[in-house]
Design a protein around this ligand. Structure first.
Ligand code: NAD
Length: 269
């Protein structure tokens, strides 16, 4: 049991929280005392399992189905959250997908789908959260900020990624959306930041780590010589959502075992 929870009395919404990084973030926020909405689009049984795990740890959670790229779904999800928890203090824009292909054969459908979920989804959820943050303002004793938004980006907001042009473009877009929102909203005491994970073991990239050969190849890209686990991101998200990081505004915190250190140059290029 956590005797000094950092997010006590706060309510958080984590998108795509029935799998991988989102699941670990939801659990980490709940362990710090937040009420947590576990958003999902498929596999309700996995969302229910996350809710159950949080409740077994003594926390509060509810599962809500919504497609983050659908405006009506997003608005209804926020309303359902307010009906139960009254408000929102923390939004973690985590839901994301990949639809990989060589550039010349990338369909418009796959381009749009990835941009819609990864980038427009973060816009739609952030806009709803910001409306509530502005309406409610700072609640003394709960948090120094009127609200906190964490955008799940990627090292691929910096590192170009052949065969994944739609995905890398969505993450590059998230960086500038996050920074522009942070600049506009900081005077209203809303903190917007991002997390840039490196290679984290989740279903999205299972082919990159589920065989010894694939894992060995992946490790050549990671100076710290360890593939990340979802909990690595959960811990950082809980801290970034708390007042301990109150002066961090408009920044991407990379959690990547050094992937951004250009490991190809380790042996003098
Ligand atoms: P994951 O596939 O386990 O999780 C993605 C989640 O998003 C799932 O819960 C999925 O159901 C949900 N989702 C997909 N489309 C949705 C929609 N339209 N509406 C609502 N939810 C939707 O993969 P993950 O690795 O946990 O990915 C989480 C985030 O982390 C993504 O934004 C991803 O780009 C980012 N990320 C992951 C890695 C990694 O190495 N795993 C690295 C960098 C960034």
């Amino acid at each position: 049991m956590n005797l000094n929870p950092k997010l006590k009395g706060q309510s958080a919404l984590v998108t795509g929280a029935n799998s991988g990084i989102g699941e670990a973030v939801a659990i980490a926020l709940a362990n710090e005392g937040a009420n947590v909405v576990v958003n999902y689009i498929t596999h309700p049984e996995n969302a229910d399992a996350v809710v159950k795990r949080i409740e077994q740890n003594g926390g509060n959670a509810m599962a809500i189905k919504a497609d983050v790229s659908n405006e009506e779904d997003v608005q209804s999800m926020f309303q359902q959250m307010y009906n139960k928890y009254g408000t929102i203090d923390i939004l973690v824009n985590n839901a994301g997908i990949q639809k990989d292909s060589p550039f010349e054969s990338m369909s418009l459908e796959d381009w749009k789908l990835v941009i819609d979920v990864n980038l427009t989804g973060q816009f739609l959820c952030s806009r709803e959260a910001v409306k509530e943050f502005l309406k409610r303002g700072v609640v003394p004793g709960r948090s120094c900020a009127a609200g906190k938004i964490i955008c799940m980006s990627s090292v691929h907001q910096v590192i170009p990624w052949a065969g994944h042009v739609n995905y890398a473009s969505s993450k590059g877009g998230i960086e500038m959306m996050m920074k522009s929102m942070a600049q506009e909203l900081a005077p209203k005491k809303i903190r917007v930041n991002a997390i840039g994970p490196g290679a984290i073991e989740t279903p999205i990239n299972i082919n990159a780590w589920d065989t010894p050969e694939a894992a060995a190849k992946l490790l050549t890209l990671i100076p710290y010589k360890r593939i990340g686990v979802p909990e690595d991101i959960g811990k950082v998200a809980a801290w970034l959502a708390s007042d301990e990081s109150d002066y961090i505004v408009g920044t991407t915190v990379f959690v990547d075992g050094g992937m951004l250190l250009y490991p190809g140059f380790t042996t003098n290029g």
